[in-house]
Design a protein around this ligand. Structure first.
Ligand SMILES: Nc1ncnc2c1ncn2[C@@H]1O[C@H](COP(=O)(O)OP(=O)(O)OP(=O)(O)O)[C@@H](O)[C@H]1O
Ligand SMILES: Cc1ncsc1CCO
Length: 288
């Protein structure tokens, strides 16, 4: 049994340094990140990839998907809005990526919502190799064959089984499993990290998980270590969200005379500003 290793100081410092090094490499190499992702958050994914310094390309026509993957340094696959076109493209690109050592991230969005989705996701897992699978708690338990816990795409699951299930799946699929939520678990078959960071405002936005996939994809292109790429992707989102929440505090202090912390209600009225501040924080974080 691998002990959970909480990522606390000074380990955070070690990963902050990795982020700094990887970001410098991303700025230098400008890796191309091919996304076959959902139509809901596609724009946020393209923006966050570009703001990190990489080059996003969103393409899902089966006629060209292999040619696009051939130009990419990493592939991000997301099942959020499956349809026949996307389901024709994903296997083609995965096959190309697998035979050309292009690293791949999978997000099995809504794995438990329909058998259409879960059958396709199971086919992918049984047929292709993924370097990182990033999902929320409900999706993780579904991949493990357990009952669905969510009605929508949210994965508000705090099941005590998550660390063990994540490890089982990492072993079974020989990949890094990154299960996000209030507490993040990132594990391979012989390493494990627990991360307790991030603003509580993050789950109020749509697509922060999808955006984390893009960050992991960009780090994978330069890091070569799926464990380090997954940890750096999630840590970037968490630390950037903390900075964004702080800048929101400053913004809303102007509304009040006292310097006491702003209320949850005030924060919830500024979620658009929070999303913008999050993008700014990602573009700025560890760039020196
Ligand atoms: N309660 C929370 N407090 C702090 N950070 C959180 C919380 N919930 C999620 N996060 C962070 O939000 C990011 C996205 O994780 P989440 O598990 O919400 O993804 P998801 O459900 O796949 O998202 P989406 O479907 O909206 O793309 C991760 O970086 C995670 O660490
Ligand atoms: C809201 C939503 N519906 C399908 S995908 C998606 C984005 C978050 O995964």
């Amino acid at each position: 049994m691998i002990p959970d290793k909480p990522l606390i100081l000074p380990e955070i410092t070690e990963y902050e340094e990795k982020i700094r090094v990887y970001r410098a490499a991303i700025f230098k190499e400008k890796p191309v990140i091919h996304h076959i992702t959902n139509f809901v958050t596609i724009y946020q994914c393209a923006r966050i990839t570009a703001f990190l310094g990489a080059a996003p390309i969103m393409a899902f026509a089966p006629e060209e998907t292999t040619q696009i993957t051939a130009k990419a340094d990493a592939l991000v696959v997301n099942t959020g809005t499956l349809n026949n076109t996307v389901m024709a493209s994903i296997p083609k690109s995965l096959e190309y990526a697998g035979s050309h050592h292009i690293p791949v991230v999978l997000d099995p969005v809504g794995a438990s919502l329909s058998s259409y989705r879960s059958d396709f996701i199971r086919f992918l897992l049984n047929t292709f190799h993924f370097d990182v699978i990033r999902c929320n708690g409900a999706e993780l338990l579904n991949l493990h064959g357990q009952a669905a816990l969510s009605r929508g795409i949210d994965g508000a699951s705090s099941s005590v089984e998550i660390p063990k299930v994540a490890r089982d799946l990492a072993q079974k699929y020989d990949c890094v499993m990154a299960c996000t939520g209030a507490r993040d678990y990132i594990c391979s078959k012989d390493e494990s990290i627990v991360l307790d960071r991030g603003s509580e405002l993050l789950p109020t936005l749509v697509g922060t998980g999808c955006m984390v996939n893009s960050l992991i994809g960009a780090y994978l292109a330069v890091a070569k270590s799926p464990m380090a790429a997954a940890a750096c992707g999630i840590l970037t989102m968490c630390l950037a969200s903390e900075r964004a929440a702080q800048s929101l505090e400053k913004l809303t202090q102007g509304e009040k005379e006292s310097k006491s912390p702003i209320s949850p209600g005030q924060k919830r009225r500024c979620l658009g500003s929070f999303e913008t501040a999050l993008m700014d924080a990602v573009s700025e974080i560890y760039t020196s």
